[in-house]
Design a protein around this ligand. Structure first.
Ligand SMILES: [Fe+2]
Ligand SMILES: [Fe+2]
Length: 193
């Protein structure tokens, strides 16, 4: 696993600096969140964090082309906003080009933009770390609430994020991705149980 992490770090280092810096900060946040989890989970979190945005620098057209080449389903929402494909396409690249076969690591990359119902702990850590890294909180101060929650309750942090996304989606008149809707529904029901 260490060799895969090093290969990813090298690849991320060749991406645009803003993106590379983001990924490094996500790895730092993810390691903080995974602090109590022990090995090998902590190293798997590190692998997923370094890999999650491997396809983030691809253009919309490249994402659509790669998604079709990989046989991924492209929904109308993703046709409209191909950026949503950078997780699923990235997960395929991690599998094909980096030999990563850990289903939770691949899912953490695949679903890091939308979340999904039934996220594993590893997926949750990467999802939250991606949103609470300092420059994102600086750009969207509302995320500081998510950051405060993240240390003690990952589910509450994710729900806070999805609620904020839903508010923005409503205001701006775009649909929330079905996987984000499913994630939110599951978290709400669990909280009420
Ligand atoms: Fe991303
Ligand atoms: Fe990211």
């Amino acid at each position: 696993m260490r060799a895969q992490i090093e290969a990813l770090k090298a690849a991320i280092g060749r991406l645009p600096k803003g993106l590379a810096d983001h990924v490094e900060r996500v790895a730092t946040e993810a390691d903080w969140l995974a602090g109590g989890l022990g090995e090998p989970t902590r190293e798997r979190v590190e692998l997923a964090a370094w890999g999650h945005d491997i396809a983030r620098a691809l253009s919309s057209q490249e994402l659509l082309d790669r998604a079709r080449e990989f046989g991924l389903e492209v929904s109308p929402i993703e046709e409209e906003a191909p950026i949503l494909l950078h997780g699923p396409v990235g997960a395929e690249i991690l599998r094909r080009d980096y030999g990563i076969d850990d289903p939770e690591v691949l899912a953490a990359a695949r679903f890091h933009s939308t979340g999904r119902a039934g996220m594993s702990l590893l997926e949750k850590v990467v999802f939250v770390a991606d949103k609470i890294e300092p420059s994102k909180v600086e750009a969207k101060p509302g995320l500081s609430r998510m950051r405060d929650l993240a240390d003690r309750d990952l589910d509450a942090a994710i729900l806070e994020y999805l609620d904020q996304m839903l508010t923005v989606a409503r205001e701006e008149g775009w649909p929330l991705h079905p996987q984000a809707v499913a994630a939110r529904k599951e978290l709400l029901l669990r909280r009420r149980a």
